[in-house]
Design a protein around this ligand. Structure first.
Ligand code: ADP
Ligand code: MG
Length: 308
């Protein structure tokens, strides 16, 4: 199968027509119609086989996750996802793999009303780069730099599930969290105008919250016993490893948001997910984790880093 029939068969009709797409796959460029007055939010992420997903990951899950990690970035900015592009490098044109991959990416795209509008297809070691584009009113953007001392630090959902699944696979609920993360798009949209800062948790709470702290010029105290856990994590995480998995484990794709206490109730009302307060921002710089007795937990880890 040549590159053009591959694109036609698996990708050209993957997502339906959309009012904000004037021209989709098949020409030199796609032509897109952003809503009048909004800013575009753009992001791109590459998934490399063996590094961002285990070699045994199904084609469906790889397709799903390659879009999900990008939608998570749009969610963390408060953007509405609209379009995506797919740069695919494949060792061979395996029909079964391609249909599984396209189904995973297509299912998530349709869930969020996103059009696949273009990409590139080449031969080589398996690597997937998705570019996602969304839009938002300028005043609604959830930047990393807007947090203030006194703001509460909150997270959506639960922490540590994906890292636990990576360490000990086999539990269906945990494996699903690792392989089919649900980007918190609705939460990001609901937090426009309420959150002072937000980031998505892809590399672990300590490292990712650290980015908000340095961008905003504040510190934080986080209460280790307030970190939200799923029932599966509660049951299966080894007690001596639980804290490390929750604060340095990546891949949860929850949102970490800062907001003034005065808007907490409103934020919770608008969110379809639990929003847990895990700590507070401080004038004093640095990130400190406190135990149940308010004693600082010795901790030097950050998040996952490439080239470290
Ligand atoms: P060009 O030579 O202009 O880069 P290509 O032959 O690479 O064009 O691609 C032809 C059309 O198919 C373009 O519209 C491109 O955006 C789209 N395309 C190529 N690969 C993919 C892919 N993996 N997924 C979606 N669209 C793709
Ligand atoms: Mg090309």
């Amino acid at each position: 199968m040549d590159e053009f029939s591959l694109i036609r068969q698996y990708f050209a009709g993957l997502t339906g027509p959309q009012a904000d797409v004037a021209l989709g796959i098949g020409d030199d460029c796609a032509l897109l119609q952003p809503p009048a007055g909004e800013l575009l939010a753009t992001t791109t992420d590459t998934l490399v086989s063996g590094r961002h997903f285990p070699l045994a990951t199904s084609a469906y899950d790889i397709g799903w996750k390659s879009l999900a990690v990008n939608l998570s970035d749009l969610a963390a900015m408060g953007a509405r996802p609209r379009w995506c592009l797919l740069a695919l490098t494949l060792p061979e044109a395996d029909a079964q793999w391609l249909s599984g991959f396209a189904a995973g990416l297509g299912d998530l795209a349709r869930q969020h009303g996103i059009a696949l509008v273009g990409g590139d297809t080449t031969r080589g070691s398996l690597s997937i780069t998705v570019t996602a584009i969304g839009s938002l009113p300028a005043a609604g953007a959830l930047r990393r730099a807007g947090a203030r001392a006194g703001d509460l630090v909150c997270v959506t959902g639960t922490l540590g599930d994906a890292a636990l699944a990576l360490r000990q696979p086999g539990d269906a609920a945990l494996d699903e969290r690792l392989n089919r993360p649900q980007p918190r798009v609705q939460a990001g949209l609901s937090l426009r105008g309420l959150a002072t800062a937000a980031i998505d948790l892809s590399d672990g709470l300590a490292g990712d919250l650290g980015h908000i702290l340095s961008a905003s010029g504040v510190g934080a105290e986080i209460f280790a016993n307030e970190l939200p856990v799923s029932p599966a994590f509660q049951r299966l995480a080894p007690p001596d490893a639980a804290f490390g998995l929750q604060v340095t484990g990546g891949d949860d794709y929850e949102l970490c948001v800062c907001l003034p206490e005065a808007v907490l109730a409103q934020a919770r009302e608008q969110l379809a997910l639990p929003l847990t307060v895990i700590g507070q921002l401080t004038e004093r710089p640095g990130l400190r984790f406190l135990d149940a007795a308010d004693q600082e937990i010795a901790f030097d880890g950050t998040g996952y880093r490439h080239f470290a």
